[in-house]
Design a protein around this ligand. Sequence first.
Ligand code: ACO
Length: 329
Amino acid sequence: MSKLLNSIIEKAIMLHKTIVLAEGEEPRIIRAARDITDKKIANIILLGDESVMKSVCPDVCMSGITIINPKTSDKTSAYAEYLFEARKAKGMTREDADKLILNTLFFGAVATKLGDADGMVAGAVNSTGNVLRPALQIIKTRKGVNTVSSCFVMCMEDNAFYDSDVMVFGDCAVNPNPNADQLADIAISTAQSAEVLCGVEPRVAMLSFSTKGSAKHENVDKVVTAYNKVRELCPDLLVDGELQVDAALVPSVGQLKAPGSKIAGSANVLIFPDLQSGNIGYKLVQRLAGAEAIGPICQGFDKPVNDLSRGCTAEDVLAVVAITALQAK
Ligand code: ACO
């Protein structure tokens, strides 16, 4: 485990947050819940049927873990009413809401929205879309942000490639083709994630295949427009664009291509222009530079929600719960 992840877990322990695990009948989730509870990383709410939990993990003691079954909970009716009110303009009927609230992903999203939990984690069984859609519809974005996005924290401890041992990349998992406004949101949220999760002052590079007008294309225009919007919204943020990735990372190239830039050559937050470049970019650094890629970490929600990989282990779940608790601070 990286030093950063250890420090995130230590910080989470101080916060005493409550995290709802929507896939409470899944053995990896149950084992993680036990470990998280024993280590006091968060208070855990497991959603599902307790008898199923006990039958899939008979050896796991459930003491100290809150178990809620949406089918029998006394909260279900109030949550269904909330869901109906939140979605009726989109055509949801009260009958639809009564059925949908039995889905633990919707139940968990409403519990989080209403403050009965500080954050939600799921995705060990469900696809990214199925985890994010209830959260997008119910929890929605926090004030001042219109786009939910994601980042990866890239840990490169003792690496020979770069001065910074941690970098944050966005968006690598959610928005396939962000427009300029969405790209600005991604940059601002990723900078905040760098501060909250890594404790670093963000130095944000908005990446392109052009540096400061070296190429003309509508894709470059999008990055320039987004960069100007970030500067307008966050005048104190250290940000520059559009920059090629070598200008962002290599001081001599940065000086040559973007003279006078405060970011060029020393960026620690990289904003990719679209999901294809972001997803490819983080995997290249993970595979070729041997970085530990922590994520995807969702950002921009009003209350934190994170999506697990379906191949996750109980240890991965523990790490994502700690991250979610820290985001809930
Ligand atoms: N930010 C804020 N709101 C959003 C966003 C967003 N990024 N995306 C959708 N919404 C809103 C919509 O406006 C809508 O709101 P409304 O119903 O109140 O009007 C609601 O969320 C639901 O929108 P849908 O259109 O039903 O959702 P969609 O089908 O667009 O799904 C999703 C959203 C799941 C995030 C989709 O964009 C997606 O699948 N992204 C790619 C995920 C992926 O496959 N990633 C790669 C793998 S991950 C990895 O490799 C690490």
